[in-house]
Structure formats: C-alpha cells, structure tokens
Design a protein around this ligand. Structure first.
Ligand code: CO
Length: 139
C-alpha cells in the first residue's frame, strides 16, 4: 500500500454551528465549507480548510449515530479520527486485513465522494483511522 497525504482530522462536536464560530473567530479560519448531512454515516459534516489540510467537524445525525457514544465520553467534543489518502481503496483494505487490523465494514462513499473505510483504533496505536481513496486517483 502507498500511504498518501493526511486528508483531514475528524473532530466530533455537539454543535457544528458553535464549532464554526470557534474556528472562524478563535482559530482565524477563512474558508469554512457549507455543512451537509451524511445519513449513511449518521453524521452532519462541515469542512474547515487549513493551508495544507482540513478539519472535518462531525455532529451526530439521528438516534443511531456512532458519534453519540463518543460525545457521551467527551461532552465538549474532541479529536475523533485521522484520515489518510491512498491511491486504491481495495488494495488498502487487503493490506490492513493482511496485517491483522480490523477493518470496520465494507468501503463506502465518504464525505469527499470517494470510497472510505475505518480501521479499529485497537490495531492502530489507539487512533481511529479513516482510509480514503484519493479524489485524484485514476479510475
Ligand atoms: Co473523516
């Protein structure tokens, strides 16, 4: 597998609206994208651009959202996952499985419109890790 760029840092928040105000007013972020719902993942998402990457704000969407459990433990929100790009999502899945790392579910379309999967933090040094096919990947 070829490890690509760090695409984004996922940050869970109880309120995207309040987090947008924080990144704009305290962090000085100038480019904050329009929030959107991602029902398949049970999250509302908002990307904040930095000069070299993005922060992905995620807020629970619906009762079954996987973010509820995280916010129960971290009521103010906090760092949730890191996302790395790879050129080929299926090759990456086979790679991690061959290393004995637990891939959580099948690849599915993520917030950037390309296939993603998550790898269990237990096998990733404690970091919930999202693997994402690069938007520039040739198909
Ligand atoms: Co993400």
């Amino acid at each position: 597998m070829k490890l690509g760029r760090l695409n984004h840092v996922g940050v869970a928040t109880p309120s995207i609206e309040r987090s947008i105000a924080f990144y704009r007013d305290v962090m000085g972020a100038e480019v904050i994208r329009e929030p959107f719902d991602l029902p398949a993942q049970g999250v509302k998402v908002c990307f904040v651009d930095t000069s070299n990457s993005q922060i992905e704000l995620i807020e629970p969407l619906g009762e079954a959202s996987p973010i509820h459990g995280f916010l129960a433990k971290n009521p103010a929100g906090g760092q949730h996952h890191l996302c790395y790009e790879v050129p080929d999502i299926n090759e990456a899945k086979a790679w991690f499985e061959a290393k004995g790392a637990k891939v959580l579910g099948e690849p599915r379309i993520g917030a950037h419109g390309t296939p993603i999967f998550f790898v269990h933090p237990r096998d990733m040094g404690g970091v919930l890790t999202e693997i994402m096919e690069s938007p520039e990947a040739p198909h």
